[in-house]
Design a protein around this ligand. Structure first.
Ligand code: NAP
Ligand code: 8YV
Length: 327
Protein backbone atom coordinates (compact mmCIF):
# COMPACT_ATOMS: atom_id res chain seq x y z
CA UNK A 1 0.00 0.00 0.00
CA UNK A 2 1.19 3.50 -0.64
CA UNK A 3 0.36 7.00 0.47
CA UNK A 4 -2.44 8.55 -1.56
CA UNK A 5 -1.33 10.21 -4.80
CA UNK A 6 -1.86 13.98 -5.10
CA UNK A 7 -5.40 14.65 -6.33
CA UNK A 8 -6.53 11.12 -5.51
CA UNK A 9 -9.77 10.72 -3.55
CA UNK A 10 -9.72 8.39 -0.57
CA UNK A 11 -12.98 6.70 0.42
CA UNK A 12 -13.48 6.36 4.16
CA UNK A 13 -16.35 4.57 5.87
CA UNK A 14 -17.46 6.28 9.08
CA UNK A 15 -19.28 3.54 10.97
CA UNK A 16 -21.12 3.84 14.28
CA UNK A 17 -22.85 6.51 16.39
CA UNK A 18 -23.00 9.88 14.59
CA UNK A 19 -19.92 12.01 15.29
CA UNK A 20 -19.90 15.36 13.49
CA UNK A 21 -16.31 16.08 14.55
CA UNK A 22 -15.02 12.87 13.01
CA UNK A 23 -16.90 13.56 9.76
CA UNK A 24 -15.67 17.17 9.69
CA UNK A 25 -12.14 15.85 10.21
CA UNK A 26 -12.01 14.48 6.66
CA UNK A 27 -12.15 17.45 4.30
CA UNK A 28 -10.86 17.77 0.71
CA UNK A 29 -9.28 14.61 -0.57
CA UNK A 30 -11.44 12.27 1.52
CA UNK A 31 -14.92 11.10 0.58
CA UNK A 32 -16.79 9.91 3.67
CA UNK A 33 -19.59 7.34 3.67
CA UNK A 34 -21.47 7.57 6.95
CA UNK A 35 -23.47 4.63 8.37
CA UNK A 36 -24.65 4.43 11.97
CA UNK A 37 -25.74 0.80 12.31
CA UNK A 38 -25.32 -2.65 10.81
CA UNK A 39 -28.79 -2.32 9.24
CA UNK A 40 -27.86 1.03 7.65
CA UNK A 41 -24.70 -0.52 6.26
CA UNK A 42 -26.82 -2.89 4.17
CA UNK A 43 -27.64 0.12 1.96
CA UNK A 44 -23.98 0.54 0.99
CA UNK A 45 -23.50 -0.55 -2.64
CA UNK A 46 -20.85 -3.19 -3.39
CA UNK A 47 -19.22 -0.69 -5.83
CA UNK A 48 -18.60 1.83 -3.04
CA UNK A 49 -17.64 -0.91 -0.54
CA UNK A 50 -14.96 -1.99 -3.00
CA UNK A 51 -13.46 1.53 -2.94
CA UNK A 52 -13.27 1.94 0.87
CA UNK A 53 -9.63 2.25 2.04
CA UNK A 54 -10.10 3.44 5.60
CA UNK A 55 -12.73 2.74 8.27
CA UNK A 56 -13.41 4.97 11.27
CA UNK A 57 -15.35 2.98 13.87
CA UNK A 58 -16.94 5.64 16.07
CA UNK A 59 -18.35 3.53 18.91
CA UNK A 60 -18.86 0.02 20.11
CA UNK A 61 -20.49 -1.25 16.87
CA UNK A 62 -19.20 -4.67 15.88
CA UNK A 63 -16.52 -4.59 13.19
CA UNK A 64 -16.45 -8.38 12.93
CA UNK A 65 -15.17 -10.62 10.14
CA UNK A 66 -18.51 -10.65 8.26
CA UNK A 67 -18.70 -6.86 8.31
CA UNK A 68 -15.04 -6.36 7.37
CA UNK A 69 -15.10 -8.87 4.50
CA UNK A 70 -17.23 -6.39 2.54
CA UNK A 71 -14.19 -4.09 2.22
CA UNK A 72 -11.44 -5.86 0.25
CA UNK A 73 -9.30 -2.71 -0.15
CA UNK A 74 -9.33 -1.50 3.45
CA UNK A 75 -5.90 -0.59 4.82
CA UNK A 76 -6.72 0.84 8.23
CA UNK A 77 -9.49 0.49 10.82
CA UNK A 78 -9.28 3.44 13.23
CA UNK A 79 -11.38 2.63 16.28
CA UNK A 80 -12.76 5.09 18.82
CA UNK A 81 -11.94 4.01 22.39
CA UNK A 82 -8.97 2.27 23.95
CA UNK A 83 -10.75 -1.10 24.17
CA UNK A 84 -11.06 -2.80 20.79
CA UNK A 85 -12.79 -6.08 21.59
CA UNK A 86 -15.51 -5.01 19.10
CA UNK A 87 -13.02 -5.08 16.20
CA UNK A 88 -11.87 -8.40 14.72
CA UNK A 89 -8.17 -7.57 15.03
CA UNK A 90 -7.26 -11.20 14.18
CA UNK A 91 -8.92 -10.85 10.78
CA UNK A 92 -7.20 -7.49 10.34
CA UNK A 93 -3.80 -9.01 11.22
CA UNK A 94 -4.37 -11.84 8.69
CA UNK A 95 -5.14 -9.33 5.93
CA UNK A 96 -2.35 -6.87 6.78
CA UNK A 97 -4.86 -4.23 7.90
CA UNK A 98 -3.73 -1.87 10.67
CA UNK A 99 -6.10 -1.39 13.61
CA UNK A 100 -5.66 1.74 15.72
CA UNK A 101 -7.31 2.75 19.00
CA UNK A 102 -7.29 5.79 21.31
CA UNK A 103 -5.12 5.08 24.38
CA UNK A 104 -3.75 7.72 26.82
CA UNK A 105 -6.10 10.59 25.83
CA UNK A 106 -8.85 9.12 28.01
CA UNK A 107 -6.80 7.59 30.84
CA UNK A 108 -7.23 10.31 33.48
CA UNK A 109 -10.93 10.89 32.66
CA UNK A 110 -11.76 7.20 33.03
CA UNK A 111 -9.74 7.02 36.27
CA UNK A 112 -11.68 10.04 37.61
CA UNK A 113 -14.96 8.28 36.79
CA UNK A 114 -13.85 5.05 38.45
CA UNK A 115 -12.99 6.80 41.69
CA UNK A 116 -16.19 8.89 41.57
CA UNK A 117 -18.26 5.76 40.97
CA UNK A 118 -16.55 3.93 43.83
CA UNK A 119 -17.20 6.77 46.28
CA UNK A 120 -20.79 7.31 45.06
CA UNK A 121 -21.43 3.58 45.58
CA UNK A 122 -19.85 3.39 49.03
CA UNK A 123 -21.34 6.62 50.38
CA UNK A 124 -24.77 6.26 48.75
CA UNK A 125 -24.60 9.66 46.98
CA UNK A 126 -27.35 8.91 44.46
CA UNK A 127 -29.93 8.03 47.13
CA UNK A 128 -28.79 11.05 49.16
CA UNK A 129 -29.47 13.31 46.15
CA UNK A 130 -32.93 11.75 45.73
CA UNK A 131 -33.57 12.31 49.45
CA UNK A 132 -32.88 16.06 49.17
CA UNK A 133 -34.88 16.47 45.93
CA UNK A 134 -37.87 14.72 47.51
CA UNK A 135 -37.89 17.35 50.28
CA UNK A 136 -37.24 14.68 52.93
CA UNK A 137 -34.41 16.60 54.61
CA UNK A 138 -36.97 19.00 56.14
CA UNK A 139 -38.32 16.20 58.27
CA UNK A 140 -35.45 13.79 58.80
CA UNK A 141 -31.81 12.89 58.36
CA UNK A 142 -30.31 10.73 55.65
CA UNK A 143 -29.03 7.46 57.16
CA UNK A 144 -25.30 6.96 57.69
CA UNK A 145 -23.75 5.10 54.78
CA UNK A 146 -22.92 1.45 55.39
CA UNK A 147 -19.85 1.84 53.18
CA UNK A 148 -16.77 4.01 53.41
CA UNK A 149 -13.49 4.30 51.55
CA UNK A 150 -11.74 4.64 54.92
CA UNK A 151 -11.70 0.99 55.92
CA UNK A 152 -11.11 -0.75 52.60
CA UNK A 153 -8.45 -2.51 50.58
CA UNK A 154 -8.92 -2.27 46.84
CA UNK A 155 -7.98 -5.12 44.55
CA UNK A 156 -7.52 -3.75 41.07
CA UNK A 157 -8.30 -6.23 38.27
CA UNK A 158 -6.07 -4.81 35.53
CA UNK A 159 -3.06 -2.58 36.18
CA UNK A 160 -2.39 -1.04 32.77
CA UNK A 161 -2.57 2.64 31.79
CA UNK A 162 -5.96 3.29 33.41
CA UNK A 163 -5.48 0.83 36.29
CA UNK A 164 -2.34 2.69 37.32
CA UNK A 165 -4.12 6.06 37.13
CA UNK A 166 -6.92 4.72 39.37
CA UNK A 167 -4.40 3.20 41.80
CA UNK A 168 -2.57 6.54 42.00
CA UNK A 169 -5.82 8.26 43.03
CA UNK A 170 -6.56 5.57 45.64
CA UNK A 171 -3.03 5.72 47.05
CA UNK A 172 -3.32 9.53 47.32
CA UNK A 173 -6.54 8.92 49.29
CA UNK A 174 -4.58 6.62 51.65
CA UNK A 175 -6.41 3.48 50.47
CA UNK A 176 -4.29 0.29 50.31
CA UNK A 177 -4.10 -1.13 46.76
CA UNK A 178 -3.17 -4.58 45.44
CA UNK A 179 -3.79 -5.96 41.94
CA UNK A 180 -4.38 -8.94 39.71
CA UNK A 181 -3.23 -9.22 36.11
CA UNK A 182 -1.63 -12.11 34.21
CA UNK A 183 1.85 -10.58 34.50
CA UNK A 184 3.28 -8.11 37.02
CA UNK A 185 3.03 -4.58 35.61
CA UNK A 186 6.54 -3.18 34.95
CA UNK A 187 7.58 -0.58 37.52
CA UNK A 188 4.48 -1.06 39.68
CA UNK A 189 5.15 -1.70 43.38
CA UNK A 190 1.66 -2.65 44.66
CA UNK A 191 1.40 -6.33 45.61
CA UNK A 192 0.68 -8.48 42.54
CA UNK A 193 -1.61 -11.53 42.71
CA UNK A 194 -1.24 -13.84 39.70
CA UNK A 195 -4.34 -15.65 41.04
CA UNK A 196 -7.61 -13.67 41.10
CA UNK A 197 -9.27 -15.90 43.74
CA UNK A 198 -6.31 -15.44 46.09
CA UNK A 199 -6.69 -11.67 45.80
CA UNK A 200 -10.51 -11.76 46.17
CA UNK A 201 -10.09 -13.58 49.52
CA UNK A 202 -7.73 -10.84 50.79
CA UNK A 203 -9.65 -7.69 49.76
CA UNK A 204 -13.19 -6.31 50.12
CA UNK A 205 -13.32 -4.15 46.98
CA UNK A 206 -12.66 -4.92 43.32
CA UNK A 207 -12.17 -2.28 40.63
CA UNK A 208 -12.28 -3.86 37.16
CA UNK A 209 -10.28 -2.23 34.36
CA UNK A 210 -9.21 -4.93 31.90
CA UNK A 211 -10.00 -5.37 28.22
CA UNK A 212 -13.09 -7.39 27.24
CA UNK A 213 -12.87 -10.46 25.01
CA UNK A 214 -12.39 -14.17 25.57
CA UNK A 215 -9.54 -14.01 28.10
CA UNK A 216 -11.53 -11.97 30.64
CA UNK A 217 -15.04 -13.28 29.90
CA UNK A 218 -17.07 -13.71 33.15
CA UNK A 219 -13.87 -13.75 35.23
CA UNK A 220 -15.86 -12.11 38.04
CA UNK A 221 -18.12 -15.08 38.77
CA UNK A 222 -20.09 -16.42 41.75
CA UNK A 223 -16.97 -17.89 43.39
CA UNK A 224 -15.02 -14.63 43.20
CA UNK A 225 -18.00 -12.69 44.60
CA UNK A 226 -18.36 -15.17 47.47
CA UNK A 227 -14.64 -14.85 48.24
CA UNK A 228 -15.04 -11.06 48.40
CA UNK A 229 -17.57 -11.49 51.21
CA UNK A 230 -20.54 -9.54 52.62
CA UNK A 231 -18.65 -6.20 52.73
CA UNK A 232 -17.72 -6.74 49.09
CA UNK A 233 -18.03 -3.93 46.56
CA UNK A 234 -17.44 -4.30 42.81
CA UNK A 235 -16.83 -1.35 40.49
CA UNK A 236 -16.81 -2.21 36.79
CA UNK A 237 -15.42 0.32 34.31
CA UNK A 238 -13.94 -2.40 32.07
CA UNK A 239 -16.50 -4.26 29.94
CA UNK A 240 -19.81 -5.90 30.87
CA UNK A 241 -18.48 -9.22 29.57
CA UNK A 242 -15.89 -9.35 32.40
CA UNK A 243 -18.67 -10.00 34.96
CA UNK A 244 -21.11 -12.91 35.13
CA UNK A 245 -24.09 -10.51 35.31
CA UNK A 246 -26.72 -13.00 36.64
CA UNK A 247 -24.23 -14.10 39.33
CA UNK A 248 -23.63 -10.46 40.28
CA UNK A 249 -27.38 -9.76 40.52
CA UNK A 250 -27.84 -12.83 42.71
CA UNK A 251 -24.92 -11.80 44.96
CA UNK A 252 -26.33 -8.27 45.36
CA UNK A 253 -29.84 -9.55 46.11
CA UNK A 254 -28.74 -12.20 48.59
CA UNK A 255 -26.21 -10.03 50.45
CA UNK A 256 -23.27 -12.16 49.32
CA UNK A 257 -21.69 -8.77 48.56
CA UNK A 258 -22.68 -5.28 49.68
CA UNK A 259 -22.91 -3.12 46.58
CA UNK A 260 -21.78 -2.48 43.00
CA UNK A 261 -21.00 0.53 40.81
CA UNK A 262 -21.37 -0.29 37.13
CA UNK A 263 -20.53 1.77 34.05
CA UNK A 264 -20.69 -1.19 31.66
CA UNK A 265 -23.12 -4.06 31.12
CA UNK A 266 -23.32 -7.40 29.33
CA UNK A 267 -25.83 -6.31 26.63
CA UNK A 268 -25.63 -2.52 26.36
CA UNK A 269 -27.77 -0.48 26.25
CA UNK A 270 -29.98 -3.13 27.87
CA UNK A 271 -29.68 -3.16 31.65
CA UNK A 272 -31.65 -6.00 33.29
CA UNK A 273 -34.72 -4.79 35.19
CA UNK A 274 -33.62 -6.84 38.22
CA UNK A 275 -30.43 -4.77 38.38
CA UNK A 276 -32.28 -1.48 37.88
CA UNK A 277 -34.54 -2.28 40.84
CA UNK A 278 -31.74 -2.93 43.32
CA UNK A 279 -31.09 -0.22 45.95
CA UNK A 280 -27.42 -1.16 46.42
CA UNK A 281 -26.14 -0.32 42.92
CA UNK A 282 -25.06 2.83 41.10
CA UNK A 283 -25.63 2.48 37.35
CA UNK A 284 -24.00 4.67 34.70
CA UNK A 285 -24.65 4.50 30.93
CA UNK A 286 -21.05 3.73 29.85
CA UNK A 287 -19.86 7.30 30.38
CA UNK A 288 -16.39 6.82 31.89
CA UNK A 289 -14.70 8.79 29.08
CA UNK A 290 -17.76 10.84 28.14
CA UNK A 291 -16.79 14.49 28.67
CA UNK A 292 -16.68 16.89 25.72
CA UNK A 293 -12.94 17.45 26.26
CA UNK A 294 -11.97 13.79 26.32
CA UNK A 295 -14.35 12.66 23.59
CA UNK A 296 -13.02 15.45 21.33
CA UNK A 297 -9.47 14.20 21.90
CA UNK A 298 -10.57 10.63 21.10
CA UNK A 299 -12.36 11.79 17.91
CA UNK A 300 -9.24 13.67 16.80
CA UNK A 301 -7.02 10.64 17.37
CA UNK A 302 -9.30 8.51 15.17
CA UNK A 303 -9.06 11.11 12.40
CA UNK A 304 -5.32 11.72 12.85
CA UNK A 305 -4.50 8.01 12.59
CA UNK A 306 -6.25 7.78 9.20
CA UNK A 307 -4.74 11.03 7.96
CA UNK A 308 -1.24 9.98 9.00
CA UNK A 309 -1.66 6.68 7.17
CA UNK A 310 -2.83 8.25 3.91
CA UNK A 311 -0.01 10.81 4.17
CA UNK A 312 2.38 7.84 4.02
CA UNK A 313 3.30 8.13 7.72
CA UNK A 314 3.20 5.41 10.43
CA UNK A 315 -0.06 5.04 12.36
CA UNK A 316 -0.03 7.02 15.60
CA UNK A 317 -1.56 4.43 17.94
CA UNK A 318 -1.72 0.94 16.42
CA UNK A 319 -2.94 -1.93 18.61
CA UNK A 320 -0.20 -4.43 19.53
CA UNK A 321 -1.75 -7.19 17.39
CA UNK A 322 -1.31 -5.17 14.14
CA UNK A 323 2.10 -3.49 14.47
CA UNK A 324 3.31 -1.12 11.75
CA UNK A 325 5.71 -2.78 9.30
CA UNK A 326 5.82 -0.09 6.65
CA UNK A 327 3.36 1.05 3.97
P1 NAP B 1 -4.03 -1.55 29.16
O1 NAP B 1 -3.02 -0.51 29.47
O2 NAP B 1 -3.81 -2.47 28.01
O3 NAP B 1 -4.24 -2.44 30.50
C1 NAP B 1 -4.95 -3.63 30.51
C2 NAP B 1 -4.69 -4.33 31.85
O4 NAP B 1 -5.54 -5.49 31.91
C3 NAP B 1 -3.26 -4.84 32.02
O5 NAP B 1 -2.88 -4.74 33.36
C4 NAP B 1 -3.37 -6.31 31.63
O6 NAP B 1 -2.32 -7.06 32.23
C5 NAP B 1 -4.73 -6.65 32.22
N1 NAP B 1 -5.32 -7.82 31.58
C6 NAP B 1 -5.51 -8.05 30.26
N2 NAP B 1 -6.05 -9.27 30.08
C7 NAP B 1 -6.19 -9.82 31.30
C8 NAP B 1 -6.67 -11.08 31.77
N3 NAP B 1 -7.11 -12.01 30.92
N4 NAP B 1 -6.67 -11.32 33.09
C9 NAP B 1 -6.21 -10.38 33.96
N5 NAP B 1 -5.75 -9.17 33.59
C10 NAP B 1 -5.74 -8.90 32.28
O7 NAP B 1 -5.45 -0.90 28.89
P2 NAP B 1 -6.08 0.44 29.51
O8 NAP B 1 -5.76 1.60 28.66
O9 NAP B 1 -5.75 0.51 30.95
O10 NAP B 1 -7.65 0.09 29.31
C11 NAP B 1 -8.17 -1.05 29.93
C12 NAP B 1 -9.60 -1.33 29.51
O11 NAP B 1 -10.50 -0.46 30.15
C13 NAP B 1 -9.95 -1.18 28.03
O12 NAP B 1 -9.50 -2.27 27.25
C14 NAP B 1 -11.47 -1.13 28.10
O13 NAP B 1 -12.02 -2.44 28.13
C15 NAP B 1 -11.74 -0.47 29.45
N6 NAP B 1 -12.20 0.93 29.29
C16 NAP B 1 -13.48 1.23 29.59
C17 NAP B 1 -13.92 2.54 29.47
C18 NAP B 1 -15.33 2.92 29.79
O14 NAP B 1 -15.84 3.83 29.17
N7 NAP B 1 -15.95 2.28 30.76
C19 NAP B 1 -13.05 3.53 29.01
C20 NAP B 1 -11.75 3.19 28.71
C21 NAP B 1 -11.32 1.87 28.87
P3 NAP B 1 -1.83 -8.48 31.66
O15 NAP B 1 -1.78 -8.36 30.17
O16 NAP B 1 -0.51 -8.69 32.33
O17 NAP B 1 -2.83 -9.49 32.12
C1 8YV C 1 -16.02 4.61 25.07
C2 8YV C 1 -14.48 2.82 26.06
O1 8YV C 1 -17.10 4.89 25.90
O2 8YV C 1 -12.32 3.51 25.44
C3 8YV C 1 -13.06 2.55 25.70
O3 8YV C 1 -12.66 1.37 25.69
O4 8YV C 1 -15.21 1.94 26.43
C4 8YV C 1 -15.00 4.19 26.05
O5 8YV C 1 -14.05 5.18 26.20
C5 8YV C 1 -16.47 3.66 24.05
O6 8YV C 1 -15.49 3.49 23.10
C6 8YV C 1 -17.78 4.14 23.47
O7 8YV C 1 -17.83 4.10 22.13
Amino acid sequence: MAAANPGETIDVLVYGPHKPKVIAGFPGRFTTHVFATRNDLERLSPEIAARIRGIAVTGLVQADRKMLEQFPKVEMIASFGVGYDHVDFRYAAEKGIIVTHTPEVLTEEVADTALGLLIATLRDFINADRFVRAGKWDTGSFPLSAGSLRDRTVGMVGMGRIGQAIARRLAASLVPVVYHSRNPAPGVTYKHYPDLMEMAKEVDTLVLITPGGASTEKMINAEVLKALGPRGVVVNVARGSVVDEPALIAALKEGTIQAAGLDVFAREPHVPEELRKLPNVVLLPHIASASVTTRDAMDMLVVDNLKAWFDGKPPLTPVPETPYKGH
